[in-house]
Design a protein. Structure first.
Length: 179
């Protein structure tokens, strides 16, 4: 929980600094995140304590320059490395994307169900429902979840709509046992 709070504070600070400098921090962090995730060696270098801060900084200097990352984001990444906080980079990245989405006027969410895909009609209905309920556009993706027997579970930030059979059975069981 503490790391989540710290990540949110770092993300907001980075977004504020980047906005002031007219830099798209979300795009730059996305580019960097793609590179990190595509290289096991780079992941190991950054997230394992086997390497020194200097080794991490030297490698990241090369990576950041090849990606043409702005000085604001470069300094931010170097700060995380020097303070031995690079391990929370994935949390910070997630928070930056959420803040950026809010600033652009939409939210991202996930529909989970047992089927391999969701119908376009259901997805459109959910998008419309969420727009009416939250007053903001949502971008929904679908994810198959083997723990759901039937129905759907929709999650948008801290809002969760659970219309799964499993949830209905649990509520029924709780109501019967509580009497």
């Amino acid at each position: 929980m503490k790391e989540q709070i710290v990540a949110k504070a770092y993300a907001q600070s980075l977004i504020d600094l980047a906005k002031e400098a007219k830099v798209d921090a979300a795009k730059e962090l996305t580019d960097l995140n793609v590179v990190i995730n595509s290289s096991n060696d780079l992941e190991n270098l950054l997230f394992l304590d086997v390497f020194t801060v200097e080794e991490k900084e030297d490698v990241m200097k090369e990576v950041l320059s090849k990606l043409s990352i702005s000085p604001i984001v470069t300094n931010f990444v170097n700060f995380l490395i020097s303070e031995k906080r690079i391990g929370i980079f994935p949390l910070i990245y997630k928070e930056v994307i959420v803040i950026d989405d809010h600033n652009k006027g939409f939210l991202r969410g996930v529909i989970e169900g047992s089927d391999s895909e969701v119908s376009a009609e259901f997805k459109a209905k959910m998008t419309t429902y969420l727009k009416d309920k939250l007053g903001i556009n949502t971008e929904l993706t679908y994810k198959q979840n083997d723990n759901i027997t039937a129905g759907y579970k929709v999650t948008v930030e801290d809002l969760q709509l659970d219309a799964s059979l499993d949830n209905q059975l649990t509520k029924f069981k709780d109501s019967v046992l509580s009497e």
